[in-house]
Design a protein. Structure first.
Length: 116
C-alpha cells in the first residue's frame, strides 16, 4: 500500500493538487493560479492518512481530507471535497471537476507504480 512517504506521487502534478509540488525549507510548496501555496501534510503515520491544508497568502487555510486504504492487491483513495465558504455553485462545480481529473491522474500513477 502506498505510505505517507508516497507524497512524491503528488510531484507528478495532478492539476488541482493544486500543482506539482516541490520541497522547500517550509515544507511542500505548490505553484497555483492564485500564487504560491504551502501544503501542510498531517504527520507521518501508518494509517494512510494524508490530510493536508493548503495555505495561500491572505486567505484561510483549505483543509483537504485524504485517505489511502489498502484493499486487496490495490489501494482505495478517499478524497473529501469540502465546499469553501466563498464558493458559488459554478466555482464548486469547477473544483469538483478538477478533483475528478486529479483522481484519475492519481489512479493512473498508482496503477503504473511497481508493486511492493
Amino acid at each position: 500500500m502506498p505510505s505517507h512517504g508516497d507524497r512524491k506521487i503528488f510531484r507528478a502534478g495532478p492539476p488541482a493538487c493544486p500543482r506539482p509540488l516541490h520541497e522547500s525549507d517550509d515544507g511542500w510548496v505548490a505553484d497555483t493560479p492564485a500564487g504560491e501555496a504551502l501544503v501542510l501534510f498531517t504527520p507521518a503515520n501508518d494509517f494512510g492518512i494524508l490530510d493536508h491544508r493548503v495555505r495561500l497568502a491572505g486567505r484561510p487555510d483549505i483543509y483537504i481530507p485524504l485517505r489511502m486504504i489498502e484493499h486487496g492487491a490495490g489501494t482505495e483513495v478517499i478524497f473529501t471535497l469540502l465546499r469553501q465558504p466563498d464558493m458559488d455553485d459554478a466555482a464548486f462545480e469547477a473544483d469538483a471537476q478538477a478533483v475528478t481529473a486529479d483522481l484519475r491522474t492519481l489512479k493512473a500513477l498508482l496503477e503504473a507504480a511497481p508493486a511492493g
